[in-house]
Design a protein around this ligand. Structure first.
Ligand code: SAH
Ligand code: SF4
Length: 361
């Protein structure tokens, strides 16, 4: 059983406190934090401005990355999917989780960009959206803060590149693992941590109202994306069971609150599903829903998942949907498809078994 204290679990103030409890002055905790994230130290031995005694003590009772690289797959377009072996949890349950390196010459706004890291927050997902691969196998567990943070560091180490964008759009619902994900986001944001600005990190949620309310109040240092997929209550409930208890009108109110408090647009993600939510009337409903909401819409071509009864619309329908929204003056982007050949694209993560899902659309 893992008993060592896991350093990537700690935000900077927490690490200062922890080392303080171990008899160290304040600056030592801050120094150790910088070693972790600014110098990307891979061992305590490298932390040469800590005393030799302390380094030895840390080697005995603390540890760094909890992730073991299980396998890696590279796509023709440069996307790399990483599969990590997580340590067993207290119940002895081990799990595999994925993250993705997405190379990008330009971001959605046309700005030059380096690599984007797509991170997971849970092994599995309890939301069970009917189109998504992650929700099919049984939910395993929440990731720890360290397991979330270590995904970026592990990909950097393996690929020799660094990330200037992070999207929390891998496996799992980040708001359903609220505390651990929040802490990971604070470590990413910390100027002495990975120093990623609010606009550089996007957390995507399926729209859990209570959690979004808390997210606004706690002021997570990230941008918000909400998976909408339909502005029609009936269709959305069929696609996303959580819509029944987290209805669209309340969701909109909360998104308005976010944009007002943060003075930032909210990103709406909208997967296009053939004959389900891709018709002109669906675009009209979406436009009406977005009226008076400071938002941009990311249209996503559906990435097919074996055994699920959905298709991607043809290119003509995709462009027509986009153009209808554009004509209404909306900010709309069509997300590029990445990593489809290695099942690393949105919603294809975590699909290891080919069993039938236990719900019908
Ligand atoms: N659970 C969170 C974040 C992870 S999912 C959420 O749902 O927002 C990240 C994005 O991928 C979401 O917008 C999700 O709806 C989308 N997605 C899921 N399955 C997909 C698929 N098969 N094809 C394309 N996008 C998909
Ligand atoms: Fe979970 Fe997001 Fe997939 Fe829905 S789309 S099942 S919330 S990971």
């Amino acid at each position: 059983m893992e008993t060592a204290v896991q350093f990537y679990d700690y935000t900077r103030p927490e690490l200062v406190r922890l080392l303080g409890d171990w008899g160290q002055p304040r600056h030592v905790g801050a120094q150790a934090f910088r070693w972790l994230y600014q110098k990307r130290a891979k061992s305590f031995g490298e932390m040469t401005d800590l005393s030799k005694e302390l380094r030895q003590e840390l080697e005995g009772k603390a540890s760094l990355s909890p992730l073991k690289l299980h396998s890696r797959q590279a796509s023709r377009d440069g996307t790399v999917k990483y599969l990590w072996q997580l340590p067993a949890d207290v119940k002895g349950q081990a799990a595999l989780v994925e993250s993705v390196l997405i190379p990008m010459a330009r971001d959605e706004e046309g700005e030059p960009s380096r690599h984007t890291a797509c991170l997971s927050t849970q092994a599995g997902c309890r939301m069970k959206c009917s189109f998504c691969a992650t929700g099919i196998p049984k939910f395993q567990r929440n990731l720890t803060t360290a397991e979330i943070v270590a995904q970026i560091l592990g990909m950097e180490q393996d690929s020799g590149t660094s990330f200037n964008n992070v999207v929390v759009m891998g496996m799992g619902e980040p708001m359903d693992n609220y505390g651990n994900t929040e802490k990971a986001m604070r470590i990413l944001h910390d100027p002495e941590g990975l120093n990623l600005g609010r606009r550089r990190v996007t957390v995507s949620t399926s729209g859990l109202l209570e959690h979004i309310e808390r997210f606004i109040k706690d002021d997570w240092p990230v941008s918000l994306a909400v998976s909408l997929h339909s502005a029609d209550p009936e269709i959305r409930s069929r696609l996303m069971p959580i819509n029944r208890s987290n209805p669209l009108d309340k969701l909109r109110k909360l998104m308005r609150k976010y944009t007002f408090v943060r003075r930032l647009p909210v990103t709406l993600e909208y997967i296009l599903l053939k004959d389900v939510n891709d018709r002109p009337e669906d675009a009209e409903k979406l436009a009406a829903y977005c009226k008076d909401l400071l938002c941009k819409v990311n249209l996503i071509r559906y990435n097919p998942v074996p055994t699920l009864p959905f298709d991607s619309p043809g290119e003509e329908a995709v462009l027509a949907f986009r153009d209808l929204l554009k004509a209404k003056g909306m900010r709309v982007f069509l997300r590029e498809r990445k990593g489809v050949d290695i099942a690393a694209a949105c919603g294809q993560l975590g699909f290891e078994n080919t069993s039938k899902p236990n719900y019908e659309f």
